[in-house]
Design a protein around this ligand. Structure first.
Ligand SMILES: *Cc1c(COP(=O)(O)O)cnc(C)c1O
Length: 463
């Protein structure tokens, strides 16, 4: 399988190269040149497989000949052995129609672990083959940072620089990153928003003085391998609910558009998905883009769902490319316009293509709290603020009779204890697997939110 850039001008890469790459050289994002598909009988044959075996089957066409089926299967076994639930991503029923897909049973309590535990192993595998080191530079709104640090701390030939917006991540999110004591981990708090951090990281990927000396890798969802690993749980959930004979809908708490794009990929591969609901908080650029074509970035409003406090969603570019005729030159032009003015209009083709399966809903703080309270009172489930936004959106969408709606439960409620307690009166306890986080010493450096400060820091500290 070869991978091509959304902006049409970077060289095509195979799976191992695309895994070790960040942004494409033309500023675009890599995607498979075509979508592999499964026929209904092939999907039916996946029923009942353990999660790791299902993961190998779903991902093998993307990996191509870069890993044998046996080796990919072993890496999946190893990645998912660290999850605290045997089912890895269990489904929980809320009512007749609505379900939760719990994606937070990994080591750092958010869905990012599902992909990053595997990605850490893929880095190690491909670097051992090729020789050389990888310098990971990432931006986090909270959960990617802790999951990526957990996945690479102490590993050979990899080092990680992780930027988080100072004071805008939850206390649990922060200590999960800053108490990891491994010499290959560098935490940076920047004075600014997640969008500022993400923009700095994107510039570093394109900076020749850095890339000439270091091989820069990505753990954000600009990395294709992350999205690939997330496709698997759409299959896992739909199969349990009767696929391929029965369709299912998914509601996805959305920030950078990675998780919901993985759902789009699952549908492209033949999984019968009725609807994909893009759930946003008040930082609603995606809702505006999908409902009336207006993709214009405002300022970020901090909320109780910080992992969704994003205006410029990297992976939306992948959707626009895929539903808009895969015209890299036209998209490059459109994105140049957006970079200059922070606003653009979707084309008719992009709107129609996106609208075939995707709808969007925006939830404000009251709707989020109410959804948390209802889940607790009506179904006995404590859910986190991100999941609550997804659940609110799920309940706003009509479905044909008999089609189940699955809300992706993206974080453990204990990661966001204050808003959960405010809504439900209950303060969720941290699972014992995370240990005595708050008793450990924190280590991080604070930098101004400027590109130069971060670039100089990396050049000074990278091995
Ligand atoms: C990262 C994250 C999201 C947003 O996911 P995207 O792939 O960026 O859209 C939602 N909820 C939680 C808890 C997250 O950590």
């Amino acid at each position: 399988m070869q991978y091509v850039s959304t902006r049409g001008r970077a060289p095509a890469l195979n799976f191992s190269a695309v895994t070790l790459t960040g942004l494409a050289a033309d500023g675009g994002l890599y995607l498979p040149e075509r979508w592999p598909t499964f026929a209904p009988d092939q999907i039916a044959a996946m029923r009942g497989l353990p999660y790791a075996a299902l993961a190998q089957k779903v991902m093998q066409p993307f990996v191509g000949t870069c890993l044998s089926a046996d080796r990919l299967g072993e890496l999946c076994e190893q990645a998912y052995a660290r999850f605290a639930h045997k089912a890895v991503t269990p489904l929980v029923q809320l009512d007749q129609r609505d379900w939760l897909l719990e994606l937070f049973h990994g080591p750092t309590l958010a869905f990012k672990d599902v992909a990053l535990q595997l990605l850490g192993l893929l880095f190690e595998e491909f670097l051992a083959r090729e020789g050389g080191r990888l310098t990971i530079v990432g931006a986090t709104s909270g959960d990617t940072g802790s999951a990526a640090i957990d996945a690479v701390a102490g590993r050979e030939n990899v080092e990680i620089f992780m930027l988080h917006p100072k004071g805008r991540v939850s206390d649990v999110q922060r200590v999960q990153m800053t108490t990891v004591r491994a010499p290959n981990v560098h935490n940076i708090a920047i004075e600014g928003s997640f969008d500022d951090a993400q923009a700095i990281v994107k510039r570093i990927f394109a900076e020749e003085s850095v890339t000439a000396r270091h091989r820069i890798g990505a753990v954000n969802s600009i990395n294709w391998a992350r999205l690939m690993a997330q496709v698997v749980y759409y299959f896992a959930a739909a199969l349990q609910l009767g696929a391929p004979d029965r369709r299912a809908a998914f509601s996805v708490p959305t920030g950078n558009f990675g998780d919901v794009f993985a759902g789009h990929v699952a549908a492209r591969m033949g999984l019968p998905i009725e609807k994909l609901v893009v759930a946003t908080n008040v930082n609603d650029i995606l809702h505006r883009a999908l409902s009336n074509g207006d993709y214009s970035a405002g300022d970020v409003t901090p909320t109780a769902s910080p992992s969704m406090d994003i205006q410029v969603s990297s992976n939306f570019e992948r959707l626009l490319f895929d539903v808009g005729g895969r015209d890299g030159a036209a998209l490059a032009e459109q994105m140049r316009g957006f970079d200059a003015s922070r606003a653009m209009q979707l084309t008719d083709g992009q709107r129609t293509g996106a609208g075939e399966r995707i709808v969007s809903v925006r939830a404000d703080a009251d709707q989020m709290s109410l959804a948390m309270r209802r889940a607790w009172e009506e179904s006995g489930e404590l859910i986190d603020p991100h999941t609550a936004i997804g659940l609110h959106a799920a309940r706003c969408v009509d479905l044909p009779p008999g089609v189940p709606m699955v809300t992706l439960a993206t974080a453990h409620p204990a990661k966001f204890r204050d808003p959960v307690e405010q809504a439900t009166g209950l303060r969720p306890g941290l699972p014992t697997r995370v240990g005595d986080l708050f008793a450990r010493e924190e280590r991080y450096d604070v930098l101004p939110g400027t590109y130069e400060a971060v670039r100089d820091y990396i050049m000074d500290h990278a091995a």
